[in-house]
Design a protein around this ligand. Structure first.
Ligand code: HEM
Ligand SMILES: *[C@@H]1O[C@H](CO)[C@@H](O)[C@H](O)[C@H]1NC(C)=O
Ligand SMILES: *[C@@H]1O[C@H](CO)[C@@H](O)[C@H](O)[C@H]1NC(C)=O
Ligand SMILES: *[C@@H]1O[C@H](CO)[C@@H](O)[C@H](O)[C@H]1NC(C)=O
Ligand SMILES: *[C@@H]1O[C@H](CO)[C@@H](O)[C@H](O)[C@H]1NC(C)=O
Length: 351
């Protein structure tokens, strides 16, 4: 199969890249602090442990590739890529990100990250952060579905807390206008090319009807559908997502939802973008429209820009040294893990 071939090639290519890059020393194409070879001594098999787990998860449910990619994005946009989204709510912590509206009942894949973390802890205890595991899970999700390869960088540490209101402030809205989307990306240090290239992640996965209903029935308070949606697509979407229907029903974000390709951009050209935030890249500004047209014509160009933007997004505000920790359980800071373990230790010593 073509896709399996690509994955195997990717596996070998990554290995070769990490090994060769680690011998280049100062020439490592990393951001200031993160490095491709960060775990080369402490957890040499890390890329392959994660690869096998992601591969198995995608074979079980192809959508998981999309979900893991989005998990990394939602981690990075809120106080940097620090595993903050992975923390469960706990009365001893500030309210976390999982229950924030952009994430709640929407972001998926937490159990897969737990499973990968357990496998990594078994091989390399107390060494690899949950933020780096999430980064690598996103990397393999792209590669294993046919997307581009890049040299991922590592060394992020995990946050001690998440931030509910920052999730509201920093995660972009599917109802955003072109200029609002640009503004939102600018707030985290990303530009127009990053916006369009990274939106190409919607080549994978699904949206719930909940996020589409306003666009289909009451666009921007008009009481009508968004006039830019293709008429055929509009009637299909209305059938799948009736007004007052189950908001959890899903529709694919492009017709090839399990394959990482440039189909998403081809759909925008014919007004078949699913989210409002997708179609406005084509309809509302000439700079983003030009990029959509380029990526629709040239998948190689899309892949190159996507890879560069993923590296940029993945390098946002890494926590280093004392600003973070290597969480042992991705759902809890280590301080709480210890606190929760104390009663058990107490019982044992009482006995
Ligand atoms: C440009 C601003 C963006 C907006 C407004 C946006 C919004 C959304 C929304 C509303 C959904 C559907 C969620 C649901 O219904 O539960 C979604 C799905 C998705 N998003 Fe985005 N997104 C954006 C950018 C990105 C970026 C930068 C990435 C990754 C690099 C990404 C990756 C995904 C993926 C893969 C899915 C499908 C997830 C799945 O099937 O589980 N998105 N997005
Ligand atoms: C949480 O996010 C809000 C909104 O972005 C910000 O004002 C606040 O300082 C953050 N809190 C912490 C503790 O970082
Ligand atoms: C939505 O409506 C407001 C005013 O009611 C207008 O300024 C804005 O441009 C509209 N947005 C879109 C995307 O049509
Ligand atoms: C969607 O599913 C979640 C559980 O995953 C449930 O709590 C929620 O009520 C459902 N929402 C709708 C609109 O049916
Ligand atoms: C597509 O993009 C690649 C990478 O930027 C470039 O080398 C190639 O010439 C482009 N192909 C066409 C047909 O424009």
């Amino acid at each position: 199969m073509v896709r399996l071939g690509g994955a195997q090639l990717g596996y070998l290519a990554l290995f070769a890249l990490i090994v060769s890059v680690s011998m280049l020393g100062a020439a490592v194409p990393a951001t200031a602090q993160l490095r491709p070879d960060f775990y080369i001594k402490s957890c040499k098999d890390l890329p392959f442990i994660v690869r096998d787990k992601v591969d198995a998860a995608i074979k079980k449910e192809s959508r998981m590739a999309a979900s893991l990619l989005r998990l990394h994005f939602h981690d990075c946009f809120v106080q940097g890529c620090d595993g903050s989204i992975l923390l469960d709510d706990d009365s001893r912590l500030p309210q976390g990100e999982k229950t924030a509206p952009p994430n709640f009942n929407s972001v998926r894949g937490y159990e897969v990250i737990d499973d990968i973390k357990a496998a990594v802890e078994a091989k390399c205890p107390k060494t690899v952060s949950c933020a780096d595991i999430t980064t690598l899970a996103a990397f393999w999700s792209v590669l294993l579905t046919g997307g581009p390869i890049w040299i991922p960088v590592f060394g992020r540490r995990d946050s001690f807390t998440g931030n509910f209101s920052a999730a509201l402030d920093f995660l972009p809205s599917p109802f955003g206008t072109n200029s609002e989307l640009k503004e939102g990306f600018k707030k985290v240090g990303l530009g127009v090319t990053d916006l369009v290239a990274l939106s190409g992640a919607h080549t994978l996965g699904f949206s719930r009807c909940a996020g589409l209903i306003p666009r289909l029935y009451n666009f921007n308070g008009t009481g009508l559908a968004d006039p830019t949606i293709d008429k055929g697509l509009l009637s299909t979407l209305k059938t799948t997502c009736p007004q007052g229907g189950d908001g959890n029903v899903t529709v694919p974000l492009d017709p090839t939802a399990a394959a990482f390709d440039n189909r998403y951009f081809k759909e925008l050209l014919i007004f078949k973008g699913i989210l409002n935030s997708d179609e406005v890249l084509f309809t509302q500004a000439s700079d983003t429209k030009g990029l959509v047209q380029t990526y629709a014509k040239n998948q190689t160009k899309f892949f190159g820009d996507f890879a560069a933007s993923m590296l940029k997004m993945g390098s946002m505000k890494p926590k280093l040294g004392k600003d973070g920790e290597i969480r042992l359980n991705c759902r809890k800071p280590n301080s709480l893990l210890l606190e929760d373990a104390e009663p058990i230790i107490q019982l044992v010593s009482d006995a």
